[in-house]
Design a protein around this ligand. Structure first.
Ligand code: PEP
Ligand code: MG
Length: 853
């Protein structure tokens, strides 16, 4: 290797040495910080990235010089030190330098067994990790003869004696670790954790603190917060005489414990010293650290410190506590929490410490976990709920009639469907754990069985657990962790609100949804889908009468019966939202969704309507469409059956006036779905304005409302310039817009989406993460044309993408006013929006092309 005067092939880690994380890695830097804090760290040397890379290529640095740092007969450990801890690295190798001579010396100072155990440990590690011999031949436990046997096996396998030269051992270990880092598996593993392809490795060589001695000796780890809850608590382990003497004292509890002896009692001073180290690390390293230490006859050595492993809830508590103690800034605390990780806090989760018995895997469509008995129909789910029995609704796929069953269930599992299928959207709205597209499991609704790929068959009434966070279905009951909507969670989100610069609303259809939206502090409702309001038993019948009405007056008569119910729905929503904006979408689905699909249902309907079965069947058939999602739905119903929107507009306006009389003033927002032509908007607007005037006169009250269009057909985006002058806002319905832009059914795409994503046809499921290139272009074009035609036009996204962090970044960069997403995604959206505001402050927003006014 070429040497320059200013080139340090290795550097002893001292308080003033030139150690940089970008050149020597995180561990070397961390150890230097510990040394600066005057913690008792054994002598340590750091090898920089370029030297380790050269070692892998066959060029050794000055090994004699390196060995000289540690003196005669050294024993050292070698640890990896990549730039970031999460990038990993080859495992630590202990006791390098052990040979016959050191062994003999250790027998004198520490006794035969301890010396044997140390030597054996090194021979085993060296044989398997450096010489790459078969681990099965080197697994003997320490004991009489084990060392001899290991040395003999080594000789037999390599035709050579175990290396006695400490420098040769050093060379071989360094080479093996340097090459291990360059291996394909290691590279793929670290790249999956975000490491760049060219990420390098540093190495840290440290004098071994053996943790063996006549007095209190051993090794352990100690941390000062609980990894699962994040609450202050001393945890860790301490193993006395850990390298194997007969009079081993075994494990000690760290703190006083009724179950047995503790380090705190065995040596209170030393224990206090460790606690002091922990407290100082927290302040100086601005992090909760786990300290790795050894004790040699009462003498403490700190050999390493790593960031405490933590669950999402612990991460939030730790970050908020550090900021509240003034150790880090609030912005730093916000950036330390990955927004998606917050979903873990909102729901019950399968406890990672418990056992899991997986049956199959599908798409994790709505997070959280729940255990319950299998039911195969909505009616069974309702019956189960009536008995107060937790149930899991298992369907091939769900239809609107299943909504009541979903309300009654604790989780939903479907064989078909994707991220925006009916089951997925409703479950996210309800905060129900849900797995869709679980093709691993075959569901036989007739036999009422669920068959797992391993042949196990589950029947109605059997217990399973749905883990909607990772998409796994588990057999039986799983251990659970409770949601953690505690003070720290709220504090963090309030901090997020102070920095974010895009609004976050919730999609909420029911009073329960609205309450959840309030709980998660959404800034109003961005989408209230009204169709779900018609599926209650009493309303469904009236709805069906309306559909079957032969004349407009008959239709109006049926709608008049629905009006008070609908008005009551809206009053409740307005009351719960207490003056915050509520955007109500007019009726959207095809009418036939309200009709029965089987013969029994039609017979019941014929009875209820007092009409012949043949007529009911004929009318149902007549309403069915080849392609209902592209058929008679949304504004097309508003134009052709205008009485429905008239009734809804009246219900909204009467409710707004009524709610304003008793509470905060309400300015309702009315949104027209599935628009594709400006004329549709003109026609509907004329009628809605007329209803508003009539209501104002009848109720002798003033009323302000805003009319808007849901942009969910490509044509509406293209013609936004013509549509905008009629309305005050445009809200992109990116579920339908994605479906129509791709020509891809949102309910069926789940069947092949994983193949498309795995083969790189799509980078991601476009129903999950906004396709910024195609659908995104329509969004930008629609927003630009809309705002050019009507300055000040408010623009938002209310499709499922509104809760997806990457999609929020896009909307913010495009200058949109707000995103609206399922209530349970609101916290993630609030934090993600804050991250983007911190990382790309206003004025630096990429692709800012849409002027707001
Ligand atoms: C959409 O299409 O994006 C949307 C929000 O409406 P829905 O999911 O009800 O079709
Ligand atoms: Mg839609």
């Amino acid at each position: 290797m070429q040497r320059h005067a200013d080139f340090a092939e290795f550097t002893e880690v001292t308080p003033t040495a030139q150690i940089a994380q970008s050149r020597h890695g995180w561990r070397a830097k961390c150890l230097q910080r510990l040394i600066r804090m005057e913690l008792p760290v054994p002598r340590t040397v750091a090898l920089p990235f370029e030297v380790v890379r050269a070692i892998a290529a066959g060029q050794m640095p000055d090994i004699e010089g390196l060995a000289a740092v540690f003196g005669e007969d050294f024993v050292v450990s070698i640890r990896s030190s990549a730039e970031k801890p999460e990038w990993g690295g080859p495992g630590t190798i202990l006791n390098v330098g052990m040979n016959d001579r050191v062994h003999a010396r250790l027998i004198g100072t520490h006794g035969q067994e301890a010396a044997d155990a140390l030597y054996l440990n090194f021979v085993q590690t060296y044989a398997t990790q450096v010489a790459r011999l078969d681990p099965d031949m080197f697994h003997d436990e320490p004991g009489p003869g084990a060392l001899k046997a290991a040395l003999a096996t080594y000789r037999a396998e390599t035709d050579d004696d175990f290396p006695q030269s400490a420098t040769r051992q050093l060379i071989e270990v360094l080479r093996s670790m340097a090459r291990g880092w360059e291996g394909t598996t290691a590279r793929l593993l670290r790249q999956a954790k975000g490491a760049p392809a060219e990420a390098a490795l540093g190495l840290v060589v440290q004098r071994m603190a053996l943790g063996i001695g006549p007095g209190l000796s051993g090794s352990g780890t100690m941390q000062f917060v609980d990894s699962v809850t994040g609450l202050p608590q001393i945890t860790g382990r301490f193993r006395g005489q850990s390298q194997g003497r007969r009079e081993e004292v075994g494990a000690l509890y760290l703190t006083r414990d009724p179950r047995g002896a503790s380090l705190e009692e065995a040596d209170p001073d030393l224990f206090a010293q460790l606690c002091d180290f922990g407290a100082r690390c927290r302040v100086r390293l601005r992090e909760e650290m786990q300290i790795e230490f050894t004790i040699e006859s009462g003498q403490l050595a700190v050999i390493d410190a790593v960031k405490v492993q933590r669950s999402a809830r612990a991460a939030v508590r730790i970050a908020v506590a550090l900021a509240e103690d003034g150790i880090i800034g609030r912005e730093d605390a916000l950036l330390r929490i990955e927004p998606r990780a917050l979903t873990e806090l909102l729901h019950y989760q399968v406890d990672p410490r418990g056992a899991r018995d997986p049956l199959g895997k599908g798409i994790a469509a709505s997070p959280g976990a729940a255990t319950g008995r299998i039911v195969f129909t909505s009616a069974e789910a309702q019956a189960s709920a009536a008995r107060d029995e937790a149930c899991i609704l298992v369907r091939r796929e769900t239809v609107p009639e299943d909504v009541r069953g979903m309300h009654a269930a604790v989780a939903v599992l479907t064989e078909r469907g994707g991220m925006t299928s009916h089951a997925a959207v409703i479950a996210r709205g309800l905060g129900l754990p849900c797995i869709v597209g679980c093709a691993d499991l075959s569901i036989n609704t007739r036999e009422r069985t669920l068959r797992a790929p391993d042949g196990r068959v589950f029947r109605a009434g059997d217990t399973i657990t749905v883990d909607g966070t990772n998409g796994e279905v588990l057999a039986g009951v799983a251990d659970m962790m409770e949601p953690a909507l505690d003070g720290e969670f709220r504090t963090l989100l309030h901090w997020a609100d102070t920095v974010r610069d895009i609004g976050v609303r919730a999609n909420a259809d029911t009073p329960d949804d609205a309450r959840t939206a309030r709980m998660f502090e959404a800034e109003g409702i961005g989408l209230a889908r009204t169709e779900h309001m018609f599926f209650d038993e009493d309303r469904l019948t009236v709805m069906r009468e309306m559909i079957f009405a032969d004349t407009a007056p008959d239709r109006r008569a049926a709608l008049d019966r629905l009006l008070p119910m609908q008005r009551a729905d809206f009053i409740r929503l307005f009351e719960i939202m207490a003056g915050q904006p509520v955007c109500i979408r007019l009726f959207d689905p095809p009418l036939h969704e309200f009709l029965p699909h089987d013969r029994d249902g039609m017979r019941e309907l014929a009875e209820a309507l007092d009409r012949p079965l043949s007529e009911v069947t004929r009318r149902c058939d007549a309403l069915s469409e080849f392609n209902p999602m592209l058929g008679m739905r949304g504004v097309r119903l508003g134009v052709t059956v205008p009485e429905i929107y008239d009734m809804q507009a009246r219900a909204i306006f009467e409710a707004a006036i009524e709610a304003s009389r008793h509470g905060a003033p309400v300015v309702p927002e009315v949104m027209i779905p599935l628009v594709s032509a400006a004329r549709e908007v003109e026609i509907v607007k004329t009628r809605i304005d007329a209803v508003a005037s009539a209501v104002k006169t009848e109720m002798k009250a003033d009323l302000t409302y805003r009319l808007g269009v849901m942009v969910e057909t490509p044509r509406a985006a293209l013609r936004a310039g013509e549509i905008a002058p009629h309305v005050e806002f445009l809200s992109f319905g990116t579920n339908d817009l994605t479906q129509m832009t791709y020509g891809l059914s949102r309910d069926d795409a789940g069947r092949f989406m994983s193949i498309y994503v795995s083969q790189g046809v799509y980078e991601e499921d476009p129903f999950h993460r906004l396709d910024v290139e195609g659908v995104g272009e329509l969004l930008l074009m629609g927003a630009k044309r809309g705002r050019e035609a009507r300055p000040g036009l408010r623009i938002s996204v209310c499709g499922e993408h509104g809760g997806n962090p990457e999609s929020i970044a896009f909307c913010r960069a495009a200058g949109f006013d707000y995103v609206s997403c399922s209530p349970f995604r609101v916290p993630v959206a609030r934090l993600a929006a804050a991250h983007f505001a911190l990382l790309a402050p206003r004025g630096e927003r990429a692709g800012e092309g849409v002027q707001k006014s």
